[in-house]
Write a protein that binds this ligand. Sequence first.
Ligand SMILES: CC(C)(COP(=O)(O)OP(=O)(O)OC[C@H]1O[C@@H](n2cnc3c(N)ncnc32)[C@H](O)[C@@H]1OP(=O)(O)O)[C@@H](O)C(=O)NCCC(=O)NCCS
Length: 161
Amino acid sequence: MRRKSLNKKKELGLLTSTEVSVLVTPEMGNFYGTMHGGELLKRLDNVAYICGVRYCKNQVVTLAVDNVLFKEPVYIGELLTIQACVNYTGKTSMEIGIKVMAENLKTLSMRHTTSCYFTMVAVDDKGGTMLVPELLVNGKVAQRRHENAILRNKNRKKLSH
Ligand SMILES: CC(C)(COP(=O)(O)OP(=O)(O)OC[C@H]1O[C@@H](n2cnc3c(N)ncnc32)[C@H](O)[C@@H]1OP(=O)(O)O)[C@@H](O)C(=O)NCCC(=O)NCCS
């Protein structure tokens, strides 16, 4: 995202999405020579954290990660673009959707490799929960993501009991 546009969104307090790029280097590999799933998840957690803090302007912790889909392998030397978006907010929690695109730097071809959902909770210095700003849902895509997130949130709660 361009700095001017990022600054404008910050002014309006509407920073619902974040994008971070990561070059996949050899030490991130597994025994097969592709990217280790745990290495990828750690980076996705970091991006969900950035997205959550930017949105609620508060410290957040990861409560849950689910629907992790390693759709395609990620190769060493590819450039990952990790896209994160706040899909839903409750009182103290947020669902952040993650989509990973891998770019072959030589051919410039892009593939959607991975997706998942993080539930992040805003906390204070003592670990107590904090309120998050209500999400303003604008546009068809955001509406669809929001409706799906509500269903997932209900399922999460049902399955955890
Ligand atoms: C995150 C944490 C602070 C929440 O504390 P808590 O006492 O469970 O707080 P609450 O019961 O008030 O729940 C907080 C939010 O999580 C939601 N929640 C709780 N269980 C949930 C579940 N199974 N699925 C989805 N949401 C859930 C609640 O609905 C609430 O959201 P809302 O306020 O938007 O409705 C606490 O669980 C914690 O510290 N967990 C460890 C976090 C951590 O260490 N993460 C790193 C792991 S590697």
